[in-house]
Design a protein around this ligand. Structure first.
Ligand code: NDP
Ligand code: MG
Length: 381
């Protein structure tokens, strides 16, 4: 009997995760159908996607120029993302939007009972306390490679067996730099990530180690792990995507080529595994695997993120907002590499942490924190 296709809503189709998701869909046209897709600004790319995949719904949240999609229902603005995420015909929502903007769509998809393949980390970092209680077991499958790895390591294990997460981290392009040399590293250099091809915001976050900080908080929410039970491990080869240590001393690792199409496809087919478009690892060609502790003195963002996570409540939301502003200011050449962590730390310390009560509260906190960080940057430049 012919099986119904899996209908996918892809939020953020024009980005790096968006492209990898489209590659997975293209590889399995008998299994997946791109039913809805969004872009923020990139109208031309959205038109290309629409021509190739024929989605019945498209959303432009802040189009660069007007565009028409004669064969699709148009949605607009941030509310359009929520509409896409909750369409009755959608089976899986892939969240590939960058930043805090994903919060409402993820929350809406969770409440609507949609299966979620979540690449976006900022929504869970800011609103894990609100999103996680809305989810049924395995309703949200993480796409972030480390969290996909941890999820896979925990499959079939009892919660009491869990002892520690070893969250691996490439260390970014400046891993070996001396503290004095970090002051002058440019965004152009930071955008050359040694092992992963990603969007600009996450690539800068990977250079400052804020990406790992966000991932520590993401792991705390996804796996109910205390911050003391999450250890970051520098692993420059990016072949082991994370590990879980168990009470008996046994450690499970998940390995694979550094290609996001593997965790994306896993999140779309879970619990099944099917052939992927990725070349498998050739273990004979791997010379060395290295593991080192992170240097939190040089990369202050990681320590700040642990601190924000431990403070809890709205602290991670304040930190995230300040990071989004500082990350952009660094990319725009307004501030230096080391000022990114200064802006985040000062904002986190200036804005009082509250218990999380609602999405609306988090939106206000996000706005206030962004305004504070923006003022700080003006003062510093
Ligand atoms: P990109 O910058 O490549 O793409 C971002 C996507 O989000 C684009 O489609 C963009 O649209 C859209 N977008 C940007 N701003 C908004 C907004 N305010 N509202 C709605 N849509 C918006 O990012 P990535 O694909 O690299 O990352 C996406 C998410 O996945 C991030 O949260 C990142 O941390 C996470 N992630 C990414 C990984 C990777 O390998 N890239 C790995 C693990 C996690 P447009 O282009 O039209 O402006
Ligand atoms: Mg990651």
């Amino acid at each position: 009997m012919a099986r119904d296709k899996i209908h996918i809503a892809l939020l953020g189709g024009t980005g790096s995760i968006g492209a990898s998701t489209l590659s997975v869909i293209q590889k399995h046209p008998d299994l997946f159908e791109l039913t809805a897709v969004s872009a923020h600004t990139n109208t031309a790319r959205l038109q290309e996607i629409a021509r190739e995949f024929h989605p019945s719904h498209v959303c432009l949240s802040a189009p660069e120029k007007p565009a028409s999609f004669p064969d699709a229902t148009m949605h607009a603005g941030q509310s359009g993302l929520v509409e896409l995420a909750t369409l009755p015909e959608i089976d899986i929502v892939v969240v590939a939007v960058v930043g805090f903007a994903a919060l409402r769509p993820v929350f809406a998809a969770a409440k609507a009972g949609k299966q979620i393949a979540c690449a976006n980390k900022e929504a869970l970092v800011c609103a894990g306390d609100l999103i996680i209680p809305e989810l049924s077991r395995n309703q949200l499958i993480p796409v972030d490679s480390e969290h996909s790895a941890i999820f896979q390591c925990l499959e079939g294990e009892q919660p009491a067996a869990f002892k520690r997460i070893w969250l691996t981290c490439s260390g970014g392009p400046f891993r070996t730099y001396a503290a004095c040399d970090l002051a002058n590293v440019t965004a152009k250099e930071a955008l050359k990530h040694p092992t992963w091809q990603m969007g600009d915001k996450i690539t800068i976050d990977s250079a400052t180690l804020m990406n790992k900080g966000l991932e520590v908080i993401e792991a705390h929410h996804l796996f109910q792990a205390s911050y003391d039970a999450i250890s970051v491990l520098i692993h420059p080869e990016s072949l082991i995507h994370s590990m879980v240590e168990f009470q008996d001393g046994s450690v499970k690792a998940q390995a694979g080529p550094p290609d996001m199409r593997i965790p994306i496809q896993y999140a779309l087919t879970y619990p099944a595994r099917i052939p992927s478009p990725v070349e498998p690892l050739d273990f004979y060609s791997i010379k060395d695997l290295h593991f080192l502790p992170p240097n939190m003195n040089n990369f202050r963002c990681l320590e700040i993120a642990y601190d924000a996570g431990r403070r809890g409540g709205t602290a991670p939301c304040i930190m995230n907002a300040a990071n989004e502003v500082a990350n952009k200011a660094y990319r725009d050449g307004l501030i230096g590499f080391l000022t990114v962590s200064t802006v985040i730390e000062k904002t986190l310390n200036a804005i009082p942490t509250e218990t999380i009560t609602s999405i609306e509260q988090l939106e206000k906190v996000d706005e206030t924190s962004r305004a504070y960080a923006t003022r700080l940057i003006k003062e510093l430049t």
